[in-house]
Ligand binder design. Structure first.
Ligand code: SF4
Length: 245
């Protein structure tokens, strides 16, 4: 499947806002798919979710938190024991190391709890801007917008950004969404990316945004080209077969 190019231009602010309004209406209850019951369990789940599905993380964290229910307990855990529990999440050595170190840092912090400031969060092992944004927006209901692979792709396809990096995409989207809706906007885009605006082939015919999305004609053109190429190959193969007969 040839890659579907992103639109070369951003849509107007009016179009961007109508796209976002449609997504808001389509996904009014969108929340994180990760199971958590505290900022600490969310923080650990988000670290584990890098390059892994939320469903897989949700299968892993119950055993992890049953054995290590507090930052103190996880921070004092043996690396190999944690590795054995998180193995199915991928990159398990690095993730085990990071969650132990992050838990220890939280346990040893002055407040003894997950920090609520971006700078302090990003200082934790294994925590980058995206993880900090998820914790800030989901656990603390702060106006933050995390850009993962789905958000990056959907924001580009909708023409909300031409940003080459997650930070550039974040900066563009933040300008389009009211602060009180920002933490929800991440979930609209992520859910849309998982269910309809999929990689590599988006399901435009089922998409509520298709009438305004600048990618809809690009997708149609790319798929039509692919169908023509396939048909030409089939005809050529049939001709070759006839010639040989
Ligand atoms: S119309 Fe297609 S490309 Fe545009 S948002 Fe919908 S599924 Fe994605």
């Amino acid at each position: 499947m040839p890659a579907i190019p992103f639109p070369a231009k951003r849509v107007t602010r009016a179009v961007a806002q109508s796209e976002l309004a449609i997504l808001e209406e389509t996904y009014p209850q969108a929340v994180t798919a990760l199971d958590y019951d505290s900022p600490f369990t969310l923080l650990i789940a988000v670290i584990l979710s890098a390059q892994c599905t939320d469903a897989r993380v949700n299968l892993t964290t119950p055993a992890l938190f049953a054995r290590y229910p507090t930052p103190q307990a996880l921070g004092a855990a043996a690396q190999e024991d944690v590795e054995a529990i998180v193995k199915s999440c991928g990159f398990f050595r690095m993730k085990a190391k990071n969650i132990i170190a992050a838990a220890r840092a939280v346990a040893e912090s002055q407040a003894g709890d997950v920090p609520q400031e971006r700078e302090a969060l990003e200082a934790l092992p294994g925590v980058g801007r995206k993880t900090a944004s998820v914790v800030l927006s989901v656990a603390f209901e702060e106006a933050a917008f995390a850009v993962d692979t789905h958000v990056f792709r959907v924001a580009h396809r909708l023409g909300l950004t031409l940003g080459k990096t997650p930070r550039a995409v974040e900066d563009d989207v933040v300008k389009l969404v009211a602060p009180d809706k920002l933490r929800h906007a991440h979930h609209w885009l992520i859910l849309h990316g998982r269910t309809i605006c999929k990689a590599p082939i988006p399901l435009c015919e089922r998409c509520p945004v298709k009438d305004v999305c600048p990618s809809a004609p690009i997708v149609a053109k790319t798929l039509a080209k692919k169908a023509r190429t396939k048909m030409r190959a089939t005809i050529a193969k049939a001709k070759k077969k006839r010639t040989r007969a």
